[in-house]
Design a protein around this ligand. Sequence first.
Ligand code: SAM
Length: 474
Amino acid sequence: MPGGLLNERMITNEVCGTVATPAPREGHQPSPAVATVGTLRTFYIETFGCQMNVHDSEKVQGLLLARGMTPVEDFMHADLVLYNSCSIREKAAQKVFSRLGAFRKATRGTAKAIGVLGCVAQQEGERFFERAPQVSLVCGSASYSRLPQLLDQLEAGKPRVTGLGLDTVECFETEMTRRDNPFRAYLTIIEGCDQRCSFCVVPMTRGPQRSRPSHKILAEARRVVDQGYTEIQLLGQIINAWHDPSPARLSFADLLARVAELPGIRRVRFTTSHPRYFTSDIVQAIDANSNLCDQVHLPLQSGSTPVLARMLRGYTREEYLEKIHDLRKARRAISLSTDIIVGFCGETREDFEQTLSLIEEVEYDQIFSFKYSSRPNTRAEGSEDDIAEEEKGRRLTELQELQRQIQVRRNQALLGRSFEVLVEGYQARLGQAVGRSTTNRVINFPGSAGDMGRYLTVKVTSAGPNSLVGVRVG
Ligand code: SAM
């Protein structure tokens, strides 16, 4: 029923166990800026950051629906406005504060309750109330299962509530998920992170690594297939560190194969893999299951071994390249993407050139590149952020230009070839449908609104650095 999925947001039952998170530190100080909220009937949610945040918001919405609340498209009509925040870089973290400011201006205080979720909420904790007195709820991702209780407390007249406990061993299991993406069902298999890369704030904002048992993951995968989804994307900060806490003791590669074997599944993706745990049985699973997508995102961060050591990544340049070599030996050509940080503490020109040379050697299909941004409570916070912003900017531009040339070259090599795409969008003004290949390439082609949700074969007729253009064949 992919076509039928188009205009509805999926509301699904995810029946799972309850979560026992530790009692949070509660904020009690009343504030003149926060009025008593009364009954919260409607909600609006805005999400910043990664796919895990997007999916967390889907699960949070499920909780709110189960509580009898109704979503609204316009925040002006919402009793409860939620911002799910990201703090991976300073700029991302600032976004939530500027949104709150803009929101306050637009509503002139008409919203009954404003809550901040996610990484900035966890990072700032109760300090959030000082920076943004209009906020009455602050809740980190490890405490989402407590949201219904926190909202009860707000309705009962408590001016400020917090969910900030981190020392949980449980995952966020919900009874309902409101799926926003009609074509791709996200499914979290592992939460938190124990890696402690020196630049990264995630372990402090998402808490310790917790793996969901395989039977719960497979049951959820079966349910989304029953709802009409043919593509599943498994999610986790370090997805391949997943280990099965159930007696089945599946490996990550086994789990991929078991999800791929479910009748009705046409595409399985997974992100984000850490090079340290990228074992050859994952490549073997991709070889053995044609519906495991030929696409792997393997964050490198830097091509220089000394920088990788200071980042505490747990691999050298040579070890990373061995993983790539394994991937290149796969039976299908696997599309590769990566994350790069430029201007990390002490990164010399030679270090940076090592990154450039690795990028030339590997020839990724896509790169997500960032200027290093010092984050609170990380190990690197104590090191001098000694590369000037202008120099970081220059390195970023140089890297992106190199990658642009690589992408043009790689995409041009696809001219004349045909790919199966899942059609995910349609631009009526241009009469163009937008599909995605198994390798995650975007292909535009003349189509119709009725194509959405269908699998079609498209032949590539022209290629740019970021997308392809084609015509339907067959
Ligand atoms: N968990 C994944 C891992 O460790 O490979 C990455 C998740 S993170 C949400 C996405 C990317 O943001 C990282 O791979 C890294 O390139 C970038 N990033 C993380 N912390 C950063 C920082 N302090 N400054 C700049 N970029 C950062």
